[in-house]
Design a protein around this ligand. Structure first.
Ligand code: 7PM
Length: 283
């Protein structure tokens, strides 16, 4: 059984899993303050689990170009109340962070997974996860930093470059004492990549799946889908579903999505076509 080991859960990824996105970044124009956002985020966690999310991913640092980097205290003030509630919902919970102080605090509270778009490259991040001892980790590829990464992304061969980076970061994590079964890898769709780079990563995603770790991918509502369809971010659900199914067909194990119910339905159709082996195939 292929699996992803996390603090409280062993996630069976024999069949594709759905990770629901919970955003707790502040809306700088709403003066409703933290508490309205907090209540909304908690309600959103419950809704995603009811819709069939296998995992929740809580994020408190906006990766939008130009967004100001919050302090660890600000990030924790947003994330902790939502995390505390999410941990009662019966599914593994990951926290999207690159900051070692945030990692330590959320792991202390019981977060199952650290999802780091910087692949534990900040000083102290590797050590923070290693010291905890049982948490899962998702290592994502990004070229550059969110503020500037889309300026002029360049690769030799994007598949080979991303694959080599992920293999190298996984090695670093193993050397730090985090076991192989606790690591998932992610090509980082949209993070320092052109439309063509992102599409190559989907077309040749098998090469990433062959690294042997659970493969997590996020195509949900991303701008490449906007470039292909001409749709703005609120009208990218059909495109997101198409990309999600193609990713699964090419070996993705976990889909990071906004629209859980629709993705779960699409995966039910996909699963119905692949399992079990047809009686006629048996001797
Ligand atoms: C602005 C730009 C807002 C980008 C939000 C985003 C991924 C992730 C994100 C992903 C993993 C989004 C992204 N994307 N973590 N965090 N993989 N592991 O569209 O693809 O959700 S944030």
């Amino acid at each position: 059984m292929k699996h992803w080991q996390t603090s409280r859960f062993t996630i069976d990824v024999t069949l594709p899993r759905v990770m629901g996105i919970v955003n707790v970044t502040p809306d700088s124009f709403s003066d409703g303050g933290r508490f309205a956002n907090e209540r909304d985020a908690i309600a959103h966690c419950e809704r995603l689990v009811a819709e069939g999310a296998d995992l929740l991913d809580i994020g408190g640092e906006s990766t939008r170009p130009g967004a100001r980097t919050p302090t660890a205290e600000e990030e924790l003030a947003r994330v902790l109340p939502v995390l505390r509630h999410a941990l009662t919902l019966g599914v593994p919970v990951s926290v999207d962070t690159s900051e070692p102080a945030v990692m330590r605090a959320v792991l202390n509270l019981g977060a199952d997974i650290i999802n780091d778009i910087r692949a534990l490259q900040r000083p102290g991040a590797l050590e923070a996860v290693a010291a905890h001892g049982t948490a899962g980790v998702c290592l994502m590829h990004m070229q550059g930093e969110p503020a500037t990464m889309q300026a002029a992304p360049q690769y030799g061969d994007v598949l080979l470059d991303v694959s080599a980076f992920l293999a190298r970061r996984r090695d670093a994590v193993l050397v730090a004492g985090i076991s192989f079964e606790r690591v998932a890898l992610d090509p980082g769709i949209g993070f320092g990549k052109t439309v063509e780079h992102n599409l190559a990563l989907l077309a040749r995603q098998r090469e990433l799946a062959s690294l042997g770790s659970p493969l997590l991918v996020g195509w949900s509502r991303k701008s490449t889908l906007g470039a292909i369809t001409g749709r703005d971010v609120d009208h990218r659900l059909p495109a997101s579903i198409a990309a999600a199914l193609m990713a699964v067909e090419r070996g993705a194990n976990i889909l990071r999505v906004h629209d859980v119910a629709a993705t779960v339905d699409a995966l039910k159709v996909w699963c119905a076509t692949i399992t079990p082996a047809q009686p006629a195939d048996k001797p």
